[in-house]
Design a protein around this ligand. Structure first.
Ligand code: HEC
Length: 160
């Protein structure tokens, strides 16, 4: 049983090489985790609106990923992420409590900028989207007809 994150700040040490931005060196990222103010994870299961096409999706329950995208995400996850995170991490109450009131854009930003921790931002945006599809599948979120878009503005409007 994991201890749920509480009111505290966790620091993720980023070691990104950013030659194009001209700002090399270490950067510290601070991820604020405020789980106590979040809704119970059960709310996740109650949002039912499977009819909406993904272009207008307002929540992860709108069928925002495809089974095929999740399958590709599983392959990526099993080769790159599982060494540090057993897949069971994503179905814990602690994980749901951390993410259930945020957006897919938040999760995409965190994963794509800080993971894998030993080589941040080393995957393609498509691969990060696939891994998110896999994480949604692990949580019993229904698949739909379109892939998770690799469009930060749209992802920011989709609640988890
Ligand atoms: C070298 C080890 C390592 C690898 C590889 C790695 N991670 Fe992580 N990850 C960590 C550590 C350590 C943390 C905790 C950082 C913190 O919160 O302070 C973390 C945190 C996270 C979180 C936040 C967890 C939460 O409770 O909100 C997510 C999501 C995540 N990783 C996803 C991934 C994904 C997806 C991959 C593969 C693309 C990956 N990680 C690869 C070490 C790793």
């Amino acid at each position: 049983m994991l201890t749920p994150p509480s009111f505290r700040e966790r620091t993720v040490h980023g070691d990104r090489r950013t030659p194009s931005s001209g700002r090399p060196g270490r950067r510290r990222r601070t991820v604020r985790v405020l789980s106590a103010s979040l809704l119970p994870a059960a709310v996740l299961a109650l949002r039912l609106n499977a009819q909406s096409p993904s272009a207008d999706a307002a929540s992860t329950m709108d069928g925002i990923y495809t089974a095929d995208q999740a399958r590709r995400g599983e392959d990526t996850y099993m080769s790159i992420c599982v060494g540090c995170h057993p897949a069971g991490t994503y179905t814990t109450q602690a994980f749901k409590a951390t993410w259930s009131n945020r957006t897919v854009g938040d999760l995409f930003t965190l994963i794509s900028q800080t993971m894998p921790q030993n080589e941040p931002a080393s995957l393609s945006p498509q691969e990060y989207a696939q891994v998110i599809a896999y994480i949604l599948k692990l949580n019993g979120v229904p698949a739909g007809r379109g892939d998770i878009p690799v469009d930060p503005e749209r992802l920011k409007r989709i609640r988890i």
